[in-house]
Design a protein around this ligand. Structure first.
Ligand code: 9MR
Length: 358
């Protein structure tokens, strides 16, 4: 059995367990009817409870520098069942100079996740961005760069083996027209570098699920067609790929109408889909109408995942608008997250709950 078939079987078993618990919960409820004099239910539901009721995980990107903030860490620990390192597992953070590794940020995230019974999503092993100059500078020949890439994967995925449930092995490898991005890996190693990276990750951590992740692939378009062709071909070659991450950095009012159909075509290949980096930005300032549209959009996006059995979960890219990357990169836009600048839940939060079917 190939490694990725083994991993799929584990997911199926976990799904059965969740379904079993849900049935057990409803039987209990029938045996103990609510009496008119019972006190009102005061316990607030969570995104995590809503996601688990649909057999899925809900995650967030964690900003390492904010874990010491009690408001931030209490939302991060209570609302989510999965955590992604927003920055601390990237190449520039873990191997800033050749052969010198720093896993301190990643280890903090793993400790946080284990203390809160959360899965860890590893992000990311091979990416053209946040890549230190000693790699991106183009000074290596093919054999050397192949060694550098494979060593990085072996060291990083090896360090976190058994602690990371999924890895974004290769991130943002495509151009908008569906051709390969001309990263240093592509131009030096050629098309085969992606298959090689997945094989190296599988060797370093045979139990992690291995994903390719990209943005603007939520709808059926030239870029998602390029990823689809690649995934088909990797599967045909027996390359251990388990999942495709749709980042889902979206704009209010512009959720692709064929998102669910696109999730379905990938899952029909036999890989999982995960919505890995959801945020839905708007032109500032926000107002009630934009926030209501955003609520609907979050619901639509999460519901598209919930509708497809092979869509395993959804992760939001940050908790609060205060901490989001969006305003820095898109001046004049923002308010993309489910919590506002004061860590108050926005209508988007209710949209996510509704999207999971709760
Ligand atoms: O949110 C991340 C931000 O803090 C970093 O400065 C930025 C650097 O590129 O990366 C952001 O996260 C990106 C993620 O790693 C990959 N997909 C796009 C995300 C938003 O830019």
């Amino acid at each position: 059995m190939s490694p990725h078939v083994r991993k799929a079987a584990v997911v199926a078993a976990a799904g059965t367990l969740v379904a079993g618990l849900a049935i057990y919960g409803s039987a209990q409820a029938q045996e103990e009817p609510v009496q008119p004099h019972d006190p009102p239910v005061t316990q607030q539901s969570t995104l995590r409870a809503a996601a688990e009721a649909s057999g899925r995980f809900v995650g967030t990107a964690i900003n390492d520098g904010l874990l010491s903030d009690p408001t931030y860490s209490s939302i991060a620990s209570s609302e989510f069942s999965s955590v992604t390192a927003e920055n601390v597992m990237k190449w520039e953070a873990v191997q800033p100079s050749q052969g010198s590794f720093d896993f301190s940020g990643g280890d903090r995230l793993v400790d946080f996740a284990q203390a809160n019974d959360q899965q860890v999503w590893g992000h990311t092993l091979v990416w053209h961005s946040q890549l230190p100059g000693w790699v991106s500078g183009g000074g290596f020949g093919a054999d050397e760069l192949r060694g550098v890439m494979n060593d990085h994967i072996a060291e990083v995925a090896g360090h976190f083996a058994g602690e990371v449930a999924y890895w974004d092995v290769v991130n943002e490898a495509f151009n908008e027209d569906g051709t390969r991005r001309q990263s240093v890996f592509q131009t030096t190693l050629g098309d085969g570098y992606i298959a090689e990276a997945f094989r190296a990750a599988d060797a370093a951590d045979p139990n992690a699920k291995l994903c390719i992740n990209d943005y603007n692939i939520e709808g059926v378009n030239a870029k998602s067609d390029g990823v689809y062709e690649l995934v088909s071909s990797l599967l045909d070659q027996g390359v251990p790929i388990d999942c495709v991450g749709f980042q889902s950095h979206l704009i209010v009012g512009q959720v692709p109408g064929d998102l669910q159909q696109n999730i379905e075509r990938f899952t029909e290949l036999g890989v999982e889909v995960v919505l890995t980096e959801i945020d839905i930005r708007m032109t500032m300032p926000s107002d009630a109408a934009k926030l209501e549209q955003q609520r609907q959009d979050y619901e639509t996006v999460v519901a598209a995942c919930t509708a497809v059995p092979g869509c395993a979960g959804a992760t939001v890219w940050g908790i609060s608008d205060r901490d989001s990357w969006v305003p820095d990169v898109f001046p004049g836009e923002g308010a993309a997250c489910p919590w506002d600048e004061n860590y108050q839940r926005k209508p988007a939060y209710d949209g996510i709950v509704a999207g999971f079917g709760s």
